[in-house]
Design a protein around this ligand. Structure first.
Ligand SMILES: Cc1cc2nc3c(=O)[nH]c(=O)nc-3n(C[C@H](O)[C@H](O)[C@H](O)COP(=O)(O)O)c2cc1C
Length: 180
């Protein structure tokens, strides 16, 4: 699968099989994340690959959040150490959010190219995830990504979400000329 095909066919997957994900595959995903661009090449991201099912179950123990998180065989917890950015820029700089988001997208694409499904997730308890994964207080938790192999025939999983017409979100030369 080439890069453009991967970008154009990725979709969020929220139902997984319990097939194990090898260490080699986890490493490929992490290397794709660490290859993202970052402001000043500070690489402020910190990635925690959670494969321990006891820990994953604790992420939503009370069933208050989204059930697909607890049923995933693996969850990537994407964090950042903003101090990496602030050592070069000032403490108002938000580059660490952008850098870590770029890394997350890299990893979503890598997962898709490796036949895994995944969903970028913001709706979870940061306090719980911090406690379960022993995340230091000076790291920010940016997002989590539950992922795993999935049933390719699952119609619900296969559904592509629509996009706005390009002319509504893209322009040529000025903001009043829709791209067509
Ligand atoms: C920053 C961000 C936060 C998201 N949070 C959630 C979430 O908490 N739960 C969820 O089911 N999907 C979440 N999503 C996935 C979006 O719903 C999904 O990307 C969007 O509907 C487009 O669908 P697609 O990814 O299949 O193209 C999130 C996506 C992004 C980029």
């Amino acid at each position: 699968m080439d890069a453009l095909e991967a970008l154009m066919t990725r979709r969020s997957i929220r139902r997984f099989t319990d097939r194990e994900i090898s260490h080699d595959v986890l490493e490929k995903i992490l290397r794709a994340g660490a290859q993202a661009p970052s402001g000043g090449n500070r690489q402020p991201w910190r990635f925690i690959m959670v494969t321990d099912s006891e820990k994953i179950k604790q992420f939503d123990q009370d069933g208050k959040w989204q059930s697909f998180v607890s049923s995933a065989p693996a969850v990537l917890v994407a964090c950042a150490n903003p101090h990496d950015t602030w050592e070069k820029y000032d403490e108002n700089d938000q580059c660490w959010v952008l850098d870590t988001s770029a890394a997350i997208e890299n990893m979503l694409i890598a997962m898709h190219a490796l036949d895994l499904g995944a969903v970028w997730t913001l709706s979870f308890s940061k306090n719980v995830v911090r406690k379960v994964c022993n995340i230091p207080k000076h790291w920010q938790i940016v997002s989590i990504v539950p992922f795993g192999y999935y049933d390719m025939d699952d119609k619900g999983n296969k559904r592509m979400r629509p996009r706005r017409p390009l002319g509504e979100v893209a322009f040529l030369d000025d903001a009043k000329t829709p791209f067509s």
